[in-house]
Design a protein around this ligand. Structure first.
Ligand SMILES: [Zn+2]
Ligand SMILES: [Zn+2]
Length: 184
């Protein structure tokens, strides 16, 4: 499968400090997200700045894609555009065998640069899947559904009794009942 996310970096590798910008709109299906929150037919906009260094290539940018899910409290449909950060280092150096004493984070996190092409399909896929919200809310103060009758508390005021979880509050409620009676 030919992919527009495969970038030829030969020109970058010839000179440290060389830059290249990649702007690609790819169909979500290409990333094989396998995630119900992302429609396979939607577009993924990828924009990456590449810069070569003496040891490899640094790639920074973002991927944007629409997502759709349901509110974790009221199950109302929610969705939006997710912006996933791309931040990758591709090292030209042959990776040393990692040992316990290797505390160089940059080396540990760098991907090996094989040949003169970089395929951004996997980095974009991983970044997007991390960025799509796992348990979204339709709004910060969503009241959710009544745990007893299932009514949407944002629109419906059901008459279910409020659940009392704590004995101390139950005692207070009883006391308040007598006080209210006295006032009225
Ligand atoms: Zn909600
Ligand atoms: Zn209810």
């Amino acid at each position: 499968m030919s992919s527009t996310l495969v970038v030829n970096v030969l020109d970058l590798l010839r000179r440290a400090g060389a830059e290249k910008r990649v702007d690609v709109v790819a169909v979500a299906q290409q990333f094989d997200f396998g995630d119900s929150r992302i429609d396979d037919t939607s577009d993924v906009s990828v924009s990456i700045e590449l810069e070569s260094s003496s040891t490899g290539i640094v790639a920074r940018g973002e991927a944007r894609v629409g997502w759709a899910s349901v509110c974790r409290r009221c199950l109302r449909p929610v969705g939006g555009i997710v912006v996933a950060d791309i931040d990758e280092v591709f090292s030209r150096e042959v990776p040393r065998h990692r040992s316990q004493s290797d505390d160089s984070l940059a080396v540990a996190e760098a991907e090996p640069l094989v040949g003169d092409q970089i395929d951004f399909t996997l980095p974009v896929r991983e970044a997007v899947l991390l960025a799509v919200p796992d348990a979204p809310l339709c709004r910060e103060d969503c009241l959710g559904l009544c745990p007893q009758c299932g009514a949407d508390r944002a629109t419906t005021k059901c008459s279910c009794p409020t659940f009392v979880r704590d004995e101390r509050w139950a005692a207070l409620d009883a006391l308040r009942g007598t006080l209210d009676d006295a006032v009225e």
